[in-house]
Design a protein around this ligand. Structure first.
Ligand SMILES: *Cc1c(COP(=O)(O)O)cnc(C)c1O
Length: 488
């Protein structure tokens, strides 16, 4: 990085207000379309009130996910044109290895086609029937792979971590005393402890470096390795630097290295960190490395590509290096903070403090007239699409599954997630999101529930179809038309 490069993600206005600002310029664009509210209503109906089933031609701002939807830098795109296509021994892989070693300080790298593939390999290598895997909180694919291998998870967040509104800066922290207890009660059954950076499903909430260190000591002193899910580590590092006194004097590369050194295995989805595609597992421990190595050619591809194209590998190498730039890793969380803070000031219930990957809206508080059976988060996501053409994601009861008797299991939180893919949306687009969400909040009594008309038994949130209970979508669209006249 050029020493003159700005390494912040916000500037101060004369009023003293801090404004998140784009330390990049847009040179390749994709046209997007905002359809009239009548079309948005028809589109969400055609999609069975499930935003996963919307075609992007009906979507204005796609805030479904930050996975594989981030903007690449010019240097990443340039690197893709010098990719060395070889089945074995590719120079692209060597460049990735070098960049990943620099960032994480770990010697060995196993490539995988994405984050969940890394989880598959780790779980097949270490998890057995009867295994117990303690962690701060699960991620959907992690839990599935641990259970597929016959293990079970223990989530050990500290009390209050799933409270939507909080002033706790590190809601992703693990309860270290509970971790020690689980380790001692399950001697010989814990293959590893897992810590997830910027804990995805509770609103992108970080853990502190001190907490990671304590978890690492608890695990290692008992001979148990620590596995770090680093998919959202860039943002977690940015939060550490801003929110943890002990990190404020450290550089971004120092915090990365320190966090990584506390783990025995680091894995990540490069669809998130590095704004590229693919994934990888890193370790400096030969015993752990050899326990996983031979699964890569079996499930992913040869050891120097792991199911990725060499173009992806090249863009990942550059993207990992760029993760040391505060303006790169801070862009998405700084915009999220701006949006969440303004929504909060307007009385819209959002998850606080603001986290990584998206702005999370508390659907239970937004729609108090709905009960759990009405799927409040699903209803809010559908209503917000009608009100804005913005595609969010349901992260509540629809995203989990029923118990063995077919009964619904209430989710810890009912959230609408509005993801902010890295460097994709501008501040005026974010202000539009804010405005339409505030409009919806003013009109929240119009919103009713949803019910399933087609419910797949597994991962129903991806492909299930629902319908509105009553004609609330029509009444909401009509109110929008009255309030905005002929406008979009
Ligand atoms: C996205 C994600 C994964 C899975 O990665 P994919 O590349 O989507 O398979 C794992 N862990 C976390 C924390 C994630 O955010």
């Amino acid at each position: 990085m050029n020493p003159a490069t700005s390494s912040v993600s916000a500037i101060s206005l004369r009023s003293g207000e801090s404004l998140p600002i784009e330390f990049h310029k847009v040179r390749v664009v994709q046209r997007v379309n905002l359809a009239p509210v009548e079309r948005r209503l028809a589109a969400i109906r055609e999609a069975g009130f499930n935003t996963f089933l919307l075609p992007t031609r009906d979507v204005f701002l796609d805030m479904l996910t930050d996975s594989g939807t981030n903007a690449m830098s010019d240097t990443q795109v340039a690197a893709m044109s010098v990719a060395d296509d070889a089945y074995a021994g590719s120079a692209s892989f060597e460049r990735l290895l070098e960049a990943a070693r620099e960032l994480f300080g770990k010697e060995r790298l196993l490539p995988a086609h994405q984050g969940r593939a890394a989880e598959h390999v780790i779980c097949q290598a270490f998890v057995k029937p009867g295994s117990v895997v303690p962690m701060n909180y699960h991620f959907t694919t992690t839990r599935a792979h641990i259970e597929l291998a016959g293990g079970e998870i223990r989530e050990l967040l500290r009390p209050g971590s799933v409270e939507p509104r909080s002033t706790e800066p590190f809601k992703g922290n693990i309860d270290v005393l509970a971790l020690e207890r689980v380790l001692d009660e399950n001697k010989g059954r814990v293959p590893f402890v897992r810590m997830e950076a910027s804990t995805n499903l509770i609103g992108g909430q970080p853990f502190s470096l001190a907490n990671l260190r304590a978890a690492s000591v608890a695990a290692r002193s008992r001979g148990v390795p620590l596995v770090l899910d680093a998919s959202l580590l860039g943002e977690n590092v940015w939060f550490m630097k801003r929110r943890e006194a002990a990190c404020s004097g450290m550089t971004i590369p120092q915090i990365f290295r320190e966090a990584s050194a506390l783990a025995d295995i680091v894995y990540f989805s490069a669809r998130k960190i590095s704004s590229s595609r693919g994934g990888a597992i890193m370790t400096s421990d030969d015993k752990l490395y050899y326990a996983m190595r031979d699964l890569i050619p079996l499930f992913e591809g040869f050891l120097t590509y792991g199911g990725m194209s060499t173009k992806e590998i090249e863009s990942m190498a550059v993207g990992l290096r760029e993760s040391c730039d505060e303006a790169v890793i801070g862009q998405s969380p700084a915009f999220i903070e701006h949006l969440a803070t303004r929504l909060d000031a307007a009385g819209v219930p959002v998850v606080l403090p603001p986290g990584a990957l998206g702005c999370h809206v508390d659907a239970r508080a937004f729609l108090p007239q709905l009960g759990p059976a009405d799927y409040p988060a699903g209803a809010l996501v559908a209503a917000f699409f009608i009100a804005s053409g913005v595609r969010g994601m349901e992260r509540g009861m629809i995203s989990s599954s029923r118990d063995a008797e077919g009964k619904e299991i209430p989710a810890d939180m009912e959230l609408m997630r509005l993801a902010l893919p890295r460097r994709v949306y501008t501040l005026s687009q974010i202000r539009f999101v804010e405005d339409r969400l505030e409009w919806l909040h003013e009109n929240r009594e119009l919103v009713g529930g949803l019910r399933f008309v087609e419910e797949p038994p597994v991962l129903r949130f991806f492909t299930g179809r629902l319908e509105a209970v009553g004609d609330w979508p029509e009444r909401l669209a009509a109110k929008y038309r009255r309030d905005f006249g002929g406008g979009l």
